[in-house]
Design a protein around this ligand. Structure first.
Ligand SMILES: Cc1ncc(COP(=O)(O)O)c(C=O)c1O
Length: 391
């Protein structure tokens, strides 16, 4: 079992989180807690399977065995009580690739697509860069607890939209949507004939009694109206292997999308993801439970630390995802000043809240999937910087 406190030197890891600091933040002496990958080693059975594969020394074109999607199906059943049909699954290199290609395949330029900000910022890009019309249905912030705005959604749905992109669990607000919330959303979409693309990449990262419910598992009607995107990449820290899974409601849609992937020659896994995905879903449970426990203790640490030493900053306590939203409104800084404060005073690389929505311009998002010594260092730097503000 790995030691989650261990600090892994990612200097020669060709990591976006570390190696793109200067490009993204203008300096490289920052504690990087931005982009959503973990600073933990993945589960040993995954690394061991990869090592074994590497030692074969042949890395030719791959052929995906049927066991691959069966293993995904077993995981979804075992972890989420969802009987997803392996025959309706396809591989894509990433969830964002899938979102973008699904939008191209299922809609036309000029079609309206609904999202619910604050939300993972590539949701905006995959719509706008594909020349579709972005329709925003902002979440309601009720004393720090985010909820969907069904009344507004109904109005927007009525005005006509082709698709809704659901983020479930929701990055960056950390909500794990409850069944009744998903039912309300799903019913509005059914009523107005809006297909839902459910990005459930964070499905395995939930805490306490919060349980992820796959939208497509709720009813046959919902299943028929949902395309689900998921991946073991967040769960097991495998983003660099580039493998995600799309679960379709029927063979027609699946075959249409398969042709798109074939045209782009994107249908194959690379030889390592082929091995890692199966190893993760077959042998990763114990590691995942330990990782979740560790991350949750990081949430506790962040909350206790801020309450004690930086009361002007209020962290949330995510129900799901390993991403903590820090409410910095009491610092009295605008978005540029807040960015400057985090980078040049606290020496932290965090996601600016405004990347997800203008409503979060006085917030930042902190990635808590890191060894506690790194987190401690980051928070002490933040406390020192905040003290200098003389609030
Ligand atoms: C909601 C959501 N979707 C997708 C991704 C990225 O997925 P991928 O790396 O498979 O494109 C992320 C990464 O943070 C995310 O938070």
């Amino acid at each position: 079992m790995i030691n989650f406190d261990e600090i892994i030197d990612r200097k020669n890891n060709f990591s976006a989180k570390y190696d793109e600091l200067t490009e993204k933040f203008g300096r490289n002496d920052l504690v990087p807690l931005w982009i959503a990958d973990m600073d933990f080693k993945t589960a040993a059975p995954i690394s061991e399977a990869l090592q074994k594969r590497a030692m074969q020394g042949i890395f030719g074109y791959t052929s995906r065995p049927q066991t691959y999607f069966n293993t995904v199906g077993s995981w979804l059943m075992q972890r989420h009580d969802w009987s997803a049909d392996p025959k309706l699954m396809l591989h894509t290199p990433g969830v964002v690739t899938a979102l973008s290609l699904l939008i191209r395949t299922l809609t036309c330029p000029g079609d309206k697509i609904i999202i619910q900000p604050p939300v993972y910022y590539p949701f905006f890009d995959v719509i706008e860069k594909n020349h579709r019309i972005l329709v925003e249905n902002p979440l309601k912030n009720i004393a720090g607890h985010y909820e969907m705005d069904y009344e507004q959604l109904e109005g927007k749905a009525k005005a006509g939209a082709k698709l809704l992109l659901l983020c479930s669990p929701h990055n960056p607000v950390g909500r794990v949507w409850k069944k009744d919330e998903l039912i309300k959303l799903g019913n509005i979409c059914l009523k107005y004939n809006i297909l839902i693309i459910a990005d459930e990449i964070h499905c395995d990262i939930t805490f306490n009694s919060h349980k992820h419910i796959p939208l497509a598992s709720i009813s046959e009607q919902f299943r028929q109206n949902t395309v689900t995107c998921l991946s073991p990449s967040k769960t097991f820290n495998l983003a660099g292997l580039q493998a995600s899974i799309v679960v379709f409601p029927n063979a027609g849609l699946k075959n249409t999308f398969a042709k798109v992937l074939d045209t782009l020659d994107l249908q194959r896994n690379n030889c390592f993801s082929l091995i890692a995905v199966e190893a993760a879903y077959q042998h990763g449970t114990k590691w995942l439970e330990t990782a979740l426990n560790y991350i949750e203790n990081n949430f506790k640490f962040i909350n206790e630390f801020c309450a004690k030493y930086i009361p002007a900053i209020k962290p949330n306590y995510p129900e799901g995802t390993y991403l903590v939203l820090l409410d910095c409104r009491k610092l009295g800084l605008d978005k540029k000043q807040l960015h400057n404060f985090m980078v040049n005073k606290a020496h932290l690389a965090l996601d600016d809240g405004c990347w997800f929505s203008n409503s979060l311009s006085q917030y930042v998002r902190l990635n808590a999937a890191c060894p506690r010594p790194i987190l401690k260092k980051a928070l002490y730097q933040l406390a020192d910087a905040a003290q200098q503000l003389n609030l």
